[in-house]
Design a protein around this ligand. Sequence first.
Ligand code: SF4
Ligand code: SF4
Length: 142
Amino acid sequence: MILKYLKRLSHILPLFVTLKHMLMRPITVQYPEEKIELPEGTIGLHYLDTNKCIGCGTCARICPNKAIKLEDAGIKEVKTPKGVIKRPMKHPSIFIGRCMFCGLCVENCPTKALKFTTFYEIASYDRKGLFFSYKELSKERK
Ligand code: SF4
Ligand code: SF4
C-alpha cells in the first residue's frame, strides 16, 4: 500500500518542480538579441592600448602557444630619457585560434598595454577570421 502511494508520489513530485520553475524569472536570455552583462574579470578578447605599447615583444615571447606575433606599426615618436625620438614601432597581433586565454601576455606586459575585455563573440567560420591585427585589438569593444 505504502509502496503504491510512494510510486504515485514519484510521478507527481516532478510536476511541482516544473510548476515552480514556471513561476520563477527566466535565467536564460534570447541571445543574440539579448546579451548578459558579464562581470569584471571575465576573460574575453584582448585589448591593446597602442599608446602604451612599447613594442618590447615580451607578450610574444611569453605566449606558450606562440599565438602572438609582432607586426610593423610604422614610425612612432617615443619618449626616452634623452628626449623624444622617432623609431620603427611594432605592436602585437594575436591569432586567437591558438590562444588558450592563460593571461601570461596580459600579466607580463611591462606597460599594462594588453588587457582582457569581456568581448566573447570571436567565433569564425574560417581561420582568417581568428586573426586579430594590432589595429583590430585596439578597437573599443563592449
Ligand atoms: S603589448 Fe606589452 S608586452 Fe606586448 S609588445 Fe606591447 S608593451 Fe611589450
Ligand atoms: S592569453 Fe596566453 S595563450 Fe593567449 S595570447 Fe596571451 S599568452 Fe598566448
